[in-house]
Design a protein around this ligand. Structure first.
Ligand code: SAH
Length: 258
């Protein structure tokens, strides 16, 4: 018995063993002894994770896939979490232990998976996985590019991102419509911001609400003082700002009193 792919769960099963092995090799194994695979499906990647020196756990929303895994990977049985990754409390699930995340992610929720990891970065030292290529490139992109955006800044504020390799649609069953890309995120040594985090997220999101406008225009909702908006940074557009400049900008906004 195999699992019949369900489109609404973003199921595209990898059928290339070598690529599964290459993805499993993406984790550096530094600084953790527990790994969580999101969306194992029929376990093509899990099989290679189980050969490594860490303890592998998996979380899978599809009951049919869970039954398949229980049957085919008895050694994994006690480490299968039959739940929706987006709904668990990650830190308490793993007793505040460090846990690296990996997966060939369901593309319909891949950004939400990443944002959840970022929120939980205190317990997520590393994150590797497959996204739609376009999304993977956007996450890794630097300032000055058209695809640099909210997800690039919010990820790179806390993680060093590396685009590793591209995977064609032909190696999946059923094949997705687009290329896929594998990236790896390694948490920065200092992953706490020197500014108010909520404000930073708000500044980044508001700035990119209107990519083509200058920050002076986009950030009007913040009601900033004329004194502050005289600063030349406000003549820029969001895609021109590095992560550090967004942090500096947040710091200035934090101190601004109208
Ligand atoms: N890793 C497997 C399957 C990838 S398809 C392979 O490479 O072949 C994506 C998997 O994510 C599917 O098994 C799907 O059931 C699972 N999934 C989808 N939404 C999920 C969620 N919210 N939480 C956990 N798993 C999910």
């Amino acid at each position: 018995m195999t699992v019949k792919a369900k489109k609404y769960l973003g199921q595209h099963f990898l059928k290339d063993e070598q690529i599964a092995n290459n993805i499993a090799d993406c984790l550096t194994q530094n600084g953790y002894s527990t790994v969580l695979e999101i969306g194992p499906g029929m376990g093509v990647l899990t099989k290679y994770l189980l050969q490594k020196n860490y303890t592998t756990h998996v979380i899978e929303i599809d009951k049919e896939s869970v039954a398949y895994l229980e049957e085919h990977y008895p050694s994994l049985a006690s480490n299968i979490i039959s739940k929706d990754f987006l709904k668990i409390d990650l830190a308490s699930q793993f007793n505040n232990e460090q846990v690296a995340i990996i997966g060939n992610f369901p593309y319909n929720i891949s950004s939400q998976i990443l944002f959840k990891a970022i929120e939980n970065r205190a317990v997520v030292p590393e994150f590797a996985g497959m996204f739609q290529k376009e999304v993977a490139l956007r996450i890794a992109e630097k300032e000055g590019s058209k695809v640099y955006g909210i997800i690039s800044v919010l990820t790179q504020a806390f993680y060093d991102v590396e685009y590793l390799f591209t995977v064609p649609p032909t190696v999946f069953n059923p094949p997705p419509k687009v290329d896929s890309g594998v990236i790896r995120l390694i948490r920065k040594e200092n992953f706490m911001l020197p500014v108010n985090e909520k404000l930073f997220f708000k500044v980044v999101k508001t700035s990119f609400n209107h990519r083509r406008k200058t920050l002076r225009n986009s950030l009007k909702p913040f009601n900033l003082s004329d004194d502050l908006t005289k600063d030349s940074i406000f003549t820029k557009r969001p895609e021109q700002l590095s992560v550090q400049e967004f942090i500096n900008l947040t710091s200035k906004i934090e101190k601004d009193v109208v």
